[in-house]
Write a protein that binds this ligand. Structure first.
Ligand code: ACO
Length: 458
């Protein structure tokens, strides 16, 4: 086997954050709405010194440095983002600054809400799997500044970027099985180029997410059942993968979506048993034999929550940790989940042992969603790329603890400041203090009279 997959990865989030508990107080809304209602703890924020190009530069340069990757070893570079600061020039081209005299690099930026990172990753897997592959690595960079207008959606903002190195003989291998659910929906879109914010129908986007995960899951499970090695006489269920990673706009949605997969499992068993309710699914009988369950059914939610509670902690606990602290990072969100899982479970005593599997669900409004699988492969001692090395290099908990907590009022100030920059073209000088950034962070120096952006590193 080619064992195409993830060789290395790096994650970046800004040095400043606010807590959701502070934000509840600041916004004067009932305590618990963001922390319990949305399941979020904190949110990354940044001012006008960082834009999507700068965070992409930061994370990519850090990955190349930490793993000693030379520019000539890269053959493809795909970016996934929906934070567009230019309607034509892609962030990929800005990243060429980091790749010296190697100009022979395919790829560009992939855009569709939070799905761009996954589109980039699937491109990279295909590139490395191709019979025409020339032996060079692919880089995937997923990055976004998630920003909403004032209102219910703003607490689900966030900032982050992830860079991944893709190649053969990987410790985290793409299993090849995938399923996609794509429809024409208007749940979240950005028709107005003068603002960074989307037009969003929050409730519709939740329902689109549920439809997409259920659509992907049914097809994915059917395909997995056909695989000899996973079938083993037992059908694929939510509990088959050792871990799961979901696109995480906010934790509560992940929890509820995971719970809904238990209904999907029961429905699959019901169909396989010629429409008789399996003994494991007695508590779900009213929803198996009656009318199609709706997303707002609180009785159903209660049953599903009880059934999935333990598995949610075990299978999604590690991957969700980072997004709870950073917020939604749109295209980077699913990659943040992978980083969070590898950081926690990739070390010597972690659960990502050879043979362990990971189910992944990526959703981008509009909508495109894909479910796919990764598997941990044993690598020889002394191999350059291992999960233990990735986990050691990430050190996410350490990095989270060195962030600077700022007052919740800074969220609106930071977003207002970004909004001023968004419409400014010529001769804009950012005001956010550079000293606040983590060392090694790229930042915007200025935008000149021809709208060109210039960056430096702190
Ligand atoms: N204590 C505890 N829980 C509370 C409290 C409280 N004081 N007050 C409210 N809640 C709960 C509610 O009961 C609700 O729980 P439920 O989900 O079990 O029903 C939850 O908090 C959210 O409250 P709502 O009033 O239902 O929703 P809200 O108006 O806060 O909006 C939403 C939430 C729709 C997620 C909004 O933040 C949004 O539009 N976000 C952006 C869109 C988004 O993230 N979509 C997801 C997929 S697409 C993507 O990735 C962009």
């Amino acid at each position: 086997p080619l064992d195409v997959g993830i060789l290395a990865l790096e994650s970046y989030f800004p040095s400043t954050y606010i807590t959701q508990a502070d934000l509840e107080k600041h916004n004067g809304i009932p305590q618990g709405k963001y922390t319990i209602g949305l399941g979020q703890t904190a949110m990354s924020i940044t001012g006008d010194r960082e834009d999507v190009n700068s965070i992409a530069l930061t994370v990519t340069s850090s990955l190349l440095k930490k793993y000693g990757i030379k520019p000539e070893e890269i053959g493809r570079l795909d970016v996934g983002t929906e934070t567009l600061i230019d309607k034509s020039k892609s962030t990929k081209t800005v990243l060429m600054e980091l790749l010296g005299s190697n100009l022979d690099i395919e790829g560009c930026t992939n855009v569709n809400a939070c799905y761009g990172g996954t589109a980039a990753l699937l491109n990279a897997f295909n590139y490395v799997s191709s019979p025409f592959w020339d032996g060079r690595y692919a880089l995937v960079v997923a990055c976004d500044i998630a920003a909403y207008a004032k209102g219910a959606a703003r607490p689900t903002s966030g900032v982050g970027a992830v860079a991944l190195l893709i190649g053969r003989d990987a410790p985290l291998v793409f299993e090849g099985i995938k399923s996609t659910h794509s429809v024409n929906a208007w749940d979240f879109y950005k028709p107005d180029h003068t603002v960074e914010y989307p037009v969003v129908d929050g409730k519709l986007s939740q329902n689109c997410y549920y439809d997409a995960i259920e659509g992907c899951y049914g097809k994915f499970a059917d395909k997995m059942d056909k695989l000899e090695e996973t079938a083993n006489g037992l059908p694929f269920t939510t509990e088959t993968p050792t871990y799961w990673v979901f696109h995480a706009p906010y934790n509560k949605l992940v929890e509820k979506s995971f719970a809904r997969l238990y209904l999907c499992d029961a429905q699959r068993r019901y169909a396989l048993n010629n429409c008789s309710v399996d003994v494991r699914d007695k508590d779900l009988a009213p929803w198996l034999t009656g009318a199609k369950p709706t997303s707002g059914d609180r009785d159903l939610e209660k049953v599903l929550k009880a059934k999935s509670k333990e598995a949610f902690k075990v299978k999604l606990g590690a991957s969700n940790e980072l997004s709870k602290m950073v917020g939604n990072t749109y295209a980077a969100s699913i990659m943040m989940g992978i980083a969070s899982l590898v950081d926690k479970e990739g070390g010597e005593r972690g659960g990502l042992r050879p043979g362990a599997t990971v189910g992944l669900f990526s959703y981008g409004s509009g909508a495109i969603a894909t479910m796919y699988g990764l598997k941990v492969k044993e690598r020889k001692e002394g191999d350059k790329f291992t999960l233990a090395r990735m986990s050691n290099n990430l050190k996410l908990r350490e990095r989270l603890s060195t962030r600077e907590k700022v007052s919740a009022a800074e969220l609106d100030m930071a977003l207002d400041c970004r909004a001023r920059m968004h419409t400014k073209g010529n001769d804009y000088s950012p005001a956010y203090p550079v000293e606040r950034l983590f060392p090694g962070t790229y930042y915007l120096v200025n935008i000149d009279e021809k709208f060109r952006r210039f960056y430096d590193v702190y």
